[in-house]
Design a protein around this ligand. Structure first.
Ligand code: MG
Length: 255
């Protein structure tokens, strides 16, 4: 049946018409992508917004807006346990984020109590930071999980005391005027260069207890680093803003 249909189509297309199609017809010249100088070895490319390079915490504040109180040593920023979360002074929507992190050497504590922190997009959507090197916990709560929603594809963790990296593409959710979800948030994550979240679709904001449920919010909100009581360190944090929230695809779930 398929062969018959194919035959009919070919039969209906004069050979001359096909030969008039040119390779140039499918070339796209505009718009031309802007030139960006890439960074080397994780350094920010020329169009990135640097959130932390070791010099100061001016891009960050405590959650109440007061001066951020975490510890800077060399090029690293370390959680001061129970001093509270840090958040960017600026709001972001869809972004590419590069961040390097290190669990405390010595591997004290276990499960969720070992090297716990987290990167929250829009103050709501957590990519878990945890020492998951030979440290079992629930799979949707280990390093690289989208907390309580998506298990990482693999465990690409390095050991405690070693620097690790996350490269994340976060697409902000889109809401209708009536608060309905037009497109949910998505995340793609590389952990130490290994793909661990492949366009994961979020069910809503991160919640510790119960099921996540979207609540409409603005197009931009701060990126937040979690104080979970462990002295986790961060360095080389930069972000690239992606144009607007994800477009709505035919299935309402973005492209
Ligand atoms: Mg956490």
């Amino acid at each position: 049946m398929k062969a018959l249909v194919l035959g009919a189509v070919i039969g209906a297309t004069p050979l001359g018409a096909v030969s008039q199609e040119r390779p140039e017809d499918t070339e796209v010249w505009e718009p031309e992508p802007i030139v960006v100088a890439p960074g080397t070895a994780g350094a920010p490319p020329s169009d990135a917004i640097v959130l932390f390079d070791g010099s100061d915490l001016s891009a960050w504040s405590n959650e109440d807006g007061s001066t951020a109180g975490w510890l800077i040593e060399g090029d690293a920023l370390t959680v001061v346990p129970r001093s509270g979360n840090l958040r960017t002074r600026r709001g972001f929507g869809s972004v590419q984020l590069h961040i390097e992190w290190r669990s405390p050497a010595g591997a004290s504590g276990e499960g969720q109590g070992r090297g716990n922190s987290g990167v929250f997009f829009m103050e709501r959507y957590e990519l878990q930071v945890l020492d998951s090197y030979e440290n079992r916990t629930y799979s949707n709560g280990q390093a690289g999980s989208i907390y309580k929603q998506h298990v990482p594809l693999v465990n690409a963790s390095r050991g405690p005391g070693e620097w690790q990296s996350y490269d994340i593409v976060f697409a902000a959710p889109r809401f209708g005027d009536d608060g309905s979800v037009l497109a949910p948030a998505t995340m793609t994550v590389f952990h130490n260069g290994v793909l661990i979240q492949n366009h994961a679709v979020l069910d809503g904001p991160t919640v510790f207890i119960g099921e996540p449920e979207y609540e409409a919010h603005g197009d931009r909100a701060p990126i937040l680093l979690q104080d979970h009581g462990n002295p986790v360190s961060y360095r080389n944090i930069w972000v690239r803003e992606l144009e607007g929230p994800a477009p709505v695809g035919r299935d309402g779930r973005g492209p």
